[in-house]
Design a protein around this ligand. Structure first.
Ligand code: TYD
Ligand code: MG
Length: 418
């Protein structure tokens, strides 16, 4: 409560929802209360469908496709003889209709309300019972209880608390759209993260059609789950096999390119890491990363220098993860090391090899979680060899791929470049 009070939420309002204490044993909850939208990538990121009474924040840059995604979700909900209210403070009903035509929406149960006052919204939803509510966006919605402008930190928090209160009381799930803003002037979704149940970020490069829906907080499922979509003429299409997508433009046999098997939530994804190591024309060598942690790169470069004797410290070093994925888990360490070495030596790594393993400061290769799932994904996509931590290798049964266990970076590189 203290945390919420500090965050500026009206604590009294939240208190209204707790009428009297219930015995935990007697509270009824069934997993089947969740409902599935049928958009698999979306359901999985939510932790297995929509939880009644949950508040889900969907954040992302303007124009990334949040409204499109939610209209598609609305269409799925509205199809199942359920009704969903799409409240837009940004677009007029005819603009939403235009998008719906583009998406070939035919569901009967979608209602559109063009409204920005949260009090008016509450008046509407108290009259009619909907199965779900979509508020697009939090920045345009305001409460008359606060004098500051819509989109300000206090407005955004208060409106979110009101919607949260409604969701908990009515058991209607509420989806809130929040634009991520780079400058601090308007309150972005970050200030709401601790209020809502689930926070999903919709990411992607507007130059590319791929979009990743990432869960960063979920009271009802695991975080770090991702869903992959492709933005097409007729809306967002699910990408059910992201590995083949991320590898589709790989130039086989080029130095500095290595395929790693990373785990995003419960799902393995194969992706290509590219490294470029070249002599530095200036005194201070440059480092650049896209998709991997900068400090992790510095650490791995130091390991290569000190433990393997590969002197790349004085070189310019760039690392890129293809397809816009963020590799945050240490299991991609060995892949980064392999890509760096391959570029430095100008020797390609065998294109049918997948690499993963955590690297420690003494140059040892440490075991990772879910090795079997990672190896299976590689086998599925036709890879022939996996270079993995020794500890994992000893626990794995023989598969259609060759499994080579390594315990040090040095031995891993010897195998790769011999
Ligand atoms: P939108 O959902 O309006 O983004 P947001 O709500 O996050 O601001 O989507 C905007 C972009 O998506 C727009 O530039 C056009 C593109 N788009 C398509 O490519 N195909 C489609 O079918 C739709 C509806 C949008
Ligand atoms: Mg929008």
């Amino acid at each position: 409560m203290a945390e919420e009070a500090a965050a500026g939420i009206n604590v009294n309002r939240l208190r209204e929802t707790q009428v009297s204490p219930l015995i935990l044993e007697e509270i009824k909850y069934e997993e089947s209360d969740r409902f599935l939208t049928g958009i698999e990538e979306f359901d999985r990121v939510l932790g297995g469908g929509i939880v009644p009474g949950s508040v889900v924040l969907i954040g992302g840059d303007p124009g990334i496709g949040k409204s499109t995604l939610l209209l598609q979700v609305a269409e799925r909900i509205g199809r199942e003889s359920k009704s969903v209210l799409y409240i837009s403070g940004e677009e007029s009903p005819s603009q939403i209709k235009m998008r719906a035509e583009r998406l070939c929406t035919t569901a009967k149960g979608i209602y559109i309300l063009s409204e920005t006052s949260v009090e008016e919204i509450l008046r509407h939803i108290q009259k009619t019972e909907y199965s779900a509510l979509i508020v697009d966006s939090i920045q345009t919605t305001f409460t008359s209880g606060i004098s500051s402008a819509p989109g300000s930190v206090s407005q955004v928090r208060e409106v979110a608390a009101i919607l949260m209160n409604y969701a908990k009381k009515s058991c209607v799930p509420v989806f809130i759209v929040g634009h991520v803003t780079k400058d601090g002037s308007i309150a972005g979704p970050r200030v709401l993260e601790h209020i809502v149940d689930t926070v999903l970020y919709f990411e992607g490069d507007r130059g590319h059609p791929y979009r990743i829906l990432r869960s960063v907080k979920n009271r009802f499922g695991s975080t770090h789950e991702i869903g992959v979509f492709e933005m097409k003429e007729g809306g967002l299409e699910e990408v059910l096999n992201p590995s083949s997508l991320f590898l589709s433009e790989r130039t086989v046999g080029s130095a500095g390119s290595v395929v790693v098997s990373s785990l995003e939530g419960s799902r393995p994804i194969l992706t290509e890491i590219q490294a470029l190591v070249s002599p530095s024309p200036f005194g201070i060598p440059k480092r650049g990363v896209i998709g991997v942690d900068y400090n992790r790169l510095l650490l791995l470069v130091a390991v290569l220098d000190k433990r393997v004797g590969m002197h790349i410290q004085g070189q310019d070093i760039f690392v890129n993860v293809v397809g816009g994925l963020e590799l945050s888990e240490p299991a991609s360490d060995l892949g980064i090391i392999a890509a760096l070495s391959s570029s430095f030596k100008e020797i390609p790594v065998d294109p049918y090899t997948v690499v993963f393993g955590e690297v420690g400061l003494s140059g040892e290769v440490r075991g990772v979680t879910s090795a079997e799932i990672r190896v299976k994904e590689a086998a599925k996509l036709g890879f022939r060899r996996c270079i993995i931590p020794e500890r994992n290798a000893t626990q794995l049964a023989a598969d259609s791929v060759d499994i080579i266990g390594v315990s040090t970076v040095k031995s891993a590189l010897e195998i790769m470049f011999s």
